[in-house]
Design a binder for this molecule. Structure first.
Ligand code: KG4
Ligand code: ZN
Length: 334
């Protein structure tokens, strides 16, 4: 089975080819980061136009470089949501047009399912059940993955996403958008214990997150500091975020006999987070898995792979219900 993957939910245009025999054949991503540096964030209208300008070129490049023709494709998997509507429509239109003209089966994919399954692309023996920490620019969730297509959100952010907090703090520290990788880089030379930034919602056992107060605490702290203190601020901020992520994950791991933990999404590229998660995994005797760095951020490989999984497991199309059970540890939603 040869699957064409298409991703265009936010500011990355991705095209991928995945086959059941070979695995990931190729994937290419055009990031729009350079377009948004001057604005410090994504402008949906510009993102949609750029997807529209680039997507066919990327598709042709992937096909040509791998000696594949459209007629050889058995399944088209595209990101149906969630995301920016204008951006999503570009990928969906390309997917549906090829499907209609060439009579190829098409399967809509939930973007978060792509992230949840991403560690399996390069590690084909990795299968649910597992616990997933999904940390990206738009999401921060702890998800119980009981089986393919069966996901329950155990906890999530009630305000900013984790990557969003990194990006906002990056802006406060005058770093280029997106701030996440730059804050992480700056943190390497800083003292993470200098500032005791708040660890929200950790007083009681509860699996939800809140990062907006942390960003405000950084803002107030900066009023009394100058640029030579910024590395310490970055390190202390990063430590506060990671402390909370690790604490909540350790609580989540206690709720079931998990053997595997995965971490995906853009922030899963963070080195310090990986170090701390590796320690947590060692202490709690679970195996931890991450996608390779390039598959942490948005890409079409994870969409193609999710399409392959859904088709081969005969899962109903787009039945991914991210259910939110009444979580016994959760105070906020009880
Ligand atoms: O998964 P992703 O590409 O897009 C969304 O679906 O949101 O994640 C992008 C996010 C951005 O907020 C970016 O700053 C963050 O991931 N990020 C990082 C690192 N690399 C990317 N955050 C912290 N440390 C990193 N090394
Ligand atoms: Zn994403």
């Amino acid at each position: 089975m040869l699957v064409l993957g298409i991703e265009s939910s936010c500011d990355e245009t991705g095209i991928a080819l995945f086959s059941d025999k070979v695995g990931l054949i190729d994937h290419k991503v055009n990031s729009q980061i350079d377009l948004f540096k001057e604005y410090g964030g994504v402008i949906p209208e510009i993102a949609a136009r750029d997807h529209s300008n680039k997507i066919i070129k990327i598709l042709n490049k992937v096909l040509k470089e791998n000696d594949v023709t459209i007629d050889q494709i058995d399944l088209i998997a595209y990101t149906a949501g969630p995301g920016l509507i204008g951006s999503l429509m570009v990928g969906e239109t390309v997917a549906k047009t090829i499907s209609k003209v060439k009579n190829i089966e098409i399967i809509p994919i939930h973007h978060l399912e792509g992230h949840i399954l991403a560690p399996g692309i390069e590690n084909r023996s990795l299968k649910p059940p597992y616990l997933c920490l999904l940390v990206s620019g738009g999401h921060t969730q702890i998800i119980d993955c009981d089986d393919y297509g069966q996901y329950s959100i155990l906890g999530e952010t009630i305000d900013d996403a984790c990557g969003e907090a990194f990006d906002k703090v990056g802006k406060l520290l005058n770093l280029e958008y997106p701030g996440g990788p730059k804050v992480a880089q700056l943190a390497k030379s800083g003292n993470s214990e200098r500032f005791n930034f708040p660890r929200a919602l950790t007083q009681k056992r509860n699996l939800d997150f809140s990062f907006s107060g942390l960003k405000t605490a950084v803002l107030y702290e900066l009023e009394n500091l100058n640029v030579t203190d910024y590395a310490d601020v970055a390190a202390s901020f990063q430590a506060a975020v990671i402390d909370v992520l690790v604490k909540k994950l350790s609580w989540a791991l206690e709720t079931k006999d998990y053997k595997k933990l995965i971490c995906s999404g853009g922030v899963a590229a963070n080195e310090m987070l990986r170090i701390k998660l590796d320690q947590l995994a060692k202490n709690t005797k679970v195996q931890v898995y991450y996608p390779s760095l390039e598959l942490c951020t948005d890409n079409a490989a994870m969409i193609a792979y999710a399409g392959y999984i859904r088709k081969s497991k005969k899962l109903k199309k787009y039945d991914v219900e991210f259910s939110r059970p009444r979580w016994p540890l959760g105070e906020l939603y009880a």
